[in-house]
Structure formats: structure tokens, C-alpha cells
Design a protein around this ligand. Structure first.
Ligand code: NAD
Ligand code: USQ
Length: 405
């Protein structure tokens, strides 16, 4: 298959590009290097020494014999260039990773909020409009997030995208329907992913586009089978307060003997998946497109769920590093449970990796190996959801009512 990977230089996109290339697919990366520019803005860099994108693909050609072509296009701004590439390359599938993806970054200031919304919504709409204008039957695979569902404590298992509802009609009868699960985003970044969902809904209904939306949990780990083959292929490792995600941050902190930064009581339960499984899920999604005329296919890309303080306690007991409970800079529930349906990708062949000592140890090893590259001043999360002067305002709480049988 010919696969266009938008955002193929990023944390998920690079190992996915290599994996698909190793599986014999023809891969073409599009990236405007925005993620590397954000590193410059934040004055931080990946813990691992990532090569330039041109060095990466040259190294891959030398190691595997396979070509990965690269186009530097800003898909949010350069619509004509994107359309020309799609027209010429004629991809069977497009994988769309190319969005600003860090919740704390999106909440840093009004400039970051506006940038994240304008950028992500334009990027997604441009891809959809370009597929329609190209007149080609291309399967779009998008990386969504578990955060579109939110983290309220309603006790029910989160379904894969669609919720069954019963609607009472005026004549006293009722109808059963499946609707998109209500959106309950927890940051501006997560909000853009809920808006993406509506764009997919519309283009699927209006233009018959075939779309798979993967609602992914927090990705942990760094290396995959392909990125491990040569140091020039190494994947990025974000540890800073804006882009670093919780489990990788805790493992790095453990390696540096830096107290584990648990927000609040650490009662937040989140979904996790290892990067090796992410690339496998993308392979499965690309190989299993929805048929024409079907609604947007939504899969929950999740291996397991964990409570943040349980992760910290587990890592602390293995390494002896203390746990620091710090004021939560985010506005989120102090405690939540999370039950998630994740059967669809397993039915397609995913056998997800669970948190395993060997994999945790591998991240600690990477962290130890590159610890000299870590800037400790970048570890604290300084982006606040609400400015201090506003913290007396109570958030809007949507009451949940329950019908008892
Ligand atoms: P990343 O920031 O490392 O990678 C995104 C890539 O897209 C970067 O290389 C960036 O330069 C490129 N890009 C951004 N805007 C672009 C544009 N306008 N034109 C061209 N290229 C552009 O992020 P990631 O961690 O690889 O995440 C990829 C996707 O997966 C995101 O959409 C994210 O929301 C989703 N996701 C990530 C995680 C996670 O834990 N990392 C979890 C769930 C979902
Ligand atoms: N947290 C800590 N300590 C830290 C960092 C985070 O306690 O040092 C807590 C946060 O308060 C939050 C939880 O850990 O409750 C998760 O935070 P995170 O930064 O690991 O994850 P999040 O902001 O949700 O975003 C990440 C990715 C995003 C993706 C999302 C999937 O950056 O692209 O969409 O995970 S999900 O969380 O399932 O929505």
C-alpha cells in the first residue's frame, strides 16, 4: 500500500513510518518540523539525541534498503501543496498525526490556546477537503484521544466511539439510536480532538469519506523494533512539563532520583499503551479500512488503565525514589475511575503489551544513558489551567442523573 504519514517526524509518527516501511508498505512522510520548532520555543530538547529527518530516512535506507520520501509541508497552511502531493502520490491511506498534541502547551496562554485551535482544526479540515478535491478513494486514519470522552465518574464502561441511547418520542413510543459519545474535553488540546470528530462525521456523511478515528490513551516507552536498529533511528523522548507524559516522566525522574511529581492526590485514572503497540495498531487500522458507505470507524487504542498514584508507588517501590504530591496545575477531577472497551483492535489481531518490568527497566536504562542531556529546570509543570486570581471560581459541574430499574 502507498501510505502518506502526516506528522511522520514525531514521537508516534516516526516509529509508525519505520514499521510500515518494514512491513513492505511504500511510505511518504509529510512534516513541517513544527515539533522541533516548539522544542526551540520551550528551550528544551528530546532526552534522546534525535537525528534530523533527512539523516533519519538516509539511515533507514542504508539499514533496510527501503526508501521513505519526505515532503516539508505545513498541512494547516499549505493546502495547495498538500493537494498536489495527494494528487501525484495517490495514497491508499493517509495517517494523520500532524497536530499540536500537548494539553499543558495548549493551556500556556491565550496565544497557545488560539494557536492550538486554529492549527489543529485547519490541519484536519485541510486533509479532509484535499481528499474530497482529489477525487480519490483514500482511507483516512486519524489519531484521536481517550480524552474526548472525559474522565467523569459515571461508572459505565466507555464504548468505542458510539453510545446507545433511547429517545422518547411525543407519541409515547421510543427509538434506539447510536450517537457519538458526548464530548467532555479537559484542555484546549483535547477540545480540538472533539471538534475533529465532528469534521469526520460531516465529511463521512456528506462525501462518503472512509475514516478511522483511533482514540488513543497515553503512549509510553520510546523504542520500537525498528528504531532500536541504529542510534540514528532513535525515537524522541519528551520529559519536560509541557510535552512529557506522565509514565515516561516518572521513569526518567526515577533514573535521576528526582521525586516523582504526582499532581494532587494522584487519583486520576488514565489509559495507557506502549509505543510498540501504537505502531501495530496503525498497521492494523491501515489494513482494515471501513467499507464504503459505513459510518466513521472508531477504535479505542488502549492496553490498560492505571491510577497515577499507583504508577508512582510502583516505580517508587522498585527504585526507592520518593513520591512528591504537588499542587495540581490542571483543573481535573481529583479522583476518577475508568473502564474502557478496547475489543475492536484486539479482534483485528492486537495482543497488547501490559506494563512489564522489562519494558519499564528499558526506559529507566535509556533515561540513565542520556541523563546528561536532561535539564532539571524543565521538569516542573508550569502551565496552569486557571490563573491564580481566578481559582475561586467554581467549575461548571454537569449533574449526572441515573435511572434505576
Ligand atoms: P508529536 O508532536 O511528537 O508529533 C506530531 C508531528 O506532526 C510532529 O513531527 C510535527 O512537526 C508534525 N506537525 C504538526 N503540525 C504539522 C503541520 N501543520 N504540518 C505538518 N506537520 C505537522 O506528537 P505525537 O506524540 O507523535 O502524537 C501524534 C498524534 O497522536 C497527535 O495527533 C496526538 O494528539 C495523538 N496522540 C498522542 C498521544 C501520546 O501520548 N503521544 C496519545 C494519544 C494521542
Ligand atoms: N500528571 C502527574 N504528574 C506529572 C504529569 C502528569 O500527576 O508529572 C497527571 C496529569 O495531571 C494527568 C495525568 O497525569 O492527570 C496524565 O497527564 P499526561 O500529561 O500524561 O497526559 P495528557 O495531558 O492527558 O496527554 C497525553 C498526550 C496527549 C494524548 C493524551 C491521551 O500528551 O496527546 O491525547 O495523553 S489521554 O490522556 O488518554 O487523553
Amino acid at each position: 500500500m502507498r501510505v502518506l504519514v502526516l506528522g511522520g517526524d514525531g514521537f508516534c509518527g516516526w516509529p509508525t513510518s519505520l514499521h510500515l516501511s518494514a512491513q513492505g508498505h511504500d511510505v511518504h512522510i509529510v512534516d513541517n518540523l513544527l515539533r522541533r520548532k516548539i522544542d526551540v520555543e520551550l528551550e528544551v530538547s528530546s532526552l534522546t539525541p534525535i537525528s534530523s529527518l533527512s539523516e533519519r530516512v538516509k539511515a533507514w535506507k542504508g539499514i533496510s534498503g527501503s526508501d521513505i520520501k519526505v515532503s516539508q509541508i505545513d498541512i494547516a497552511e499549505q493546502y495547495d501543496a498538500l493537494l498536489d502531493l495527494i494528487t501525484a502520490y495517490r495514497p491508499d491511506a493517509i495517517i494523520h498525526f500532524a497536530e499540536i498534541r500537548a494539553a499543558p502547551y495548549s493551556m500556556k496562554s491565550s496565544r497557545h490556546k488560539r494557536l492550538t485551535v486554529n492549527h489543529n482544526i485547519s490541519a484536519t479540515n485541510n486533509v479532509l477537503a484535499a481528499i474530497v478535491e482529489s477525487g480519490q478513494d483514500i482511507h483516512l486514519v486519524h489519531l484521536g484521544t481517550m480524552g474526548v470522552y472525559g474522565y467523569s465518574n459515571h461508572g459505565a464502561t466507555i464504548p468505542e466511539g458510539y453510545l446507545k441511547v433511547n429517545v422518547d418520542l411525543q407519541d409515547g413510543t421510543s427509538i434506539n439510536q447510536e450517537i457519538l459519545h458526548p464530548a467532555h474535553p479537559g484542555s484546549i488540546y483535547h477540545t480540538t480532538k472533539t471538534m475533529d470528530q465532528l469534521l469526520f462525521y460531516f465529511y463521512n456523511k456528506n462525501d462518503g469519506l472512509r475514516i478511522t478515528d483511533l482514540h488513543q490513551g497515553i503512549v509510553w516507552g520510546t523504542q520500537t523494533r525498528e528504531t532500536r536498529r541504529d542510534e540514528r533511528l532513535i525515537n524522541r523522548f519528551d520529559y519536560d512539563g509541557d510535552y512529557g507524559t506522565v509514565l515516561n516522566r516518572f521513569l526518567l525522574q526515577a533514573a535521576l532520583e528526582y521525586p516523582l511529581t504526582v499532581h494532587g492526590s494522584g487519583g486520576q485514572t488514565r489509559a495507557f499503551i506502549h509505543i510498540q503497540d501504537t505502531v501495530r495498531c496503525l498497521e492494523l487500522a491501515v489494513s482494515n479500512p471501513p467499507s464504503n458507505g459505513t459510518r466513521v470507524q472508531i477504535f479505542n487504542q488502549v492496553a490498560e488503565t492505571h491510577r497515577v498514584r499507583d504508577l508512582a508507588t510502583m516505580i517508587s517501590s522498585k527504585t526507592g525514589v520518593e513520591v512528591a504530591y504537588i499542587e495540581n496545575p490542571r483543573r481535573e477531577a481529583a479522583e476518577n475511575d475508568l473502564k474502557v472497551e478496547n475489543q475492536c483492535l484486539q479482534d483485528l489481531g492486537l495482543n497488547p503489551t501490559k506494563l512489564a518490568d522489562a519494558l519499564l527497566e528499558e526506559i529507566v536504562e535509556i533515561s540513565r544513558h542520556y541523563r546528561h542531556r536532561c535539564d532539571l529546570s524543565k521538569i516542573p509543570c508550569v502551565s496552569r489551567w486557571v490563573a491564580p486570581r481566578e481559582t475561586t471560581i467554581d467549575p461548571v459541574v454537569v449533574p449526572l442523573s441515573r435511572k434505576r430499574a
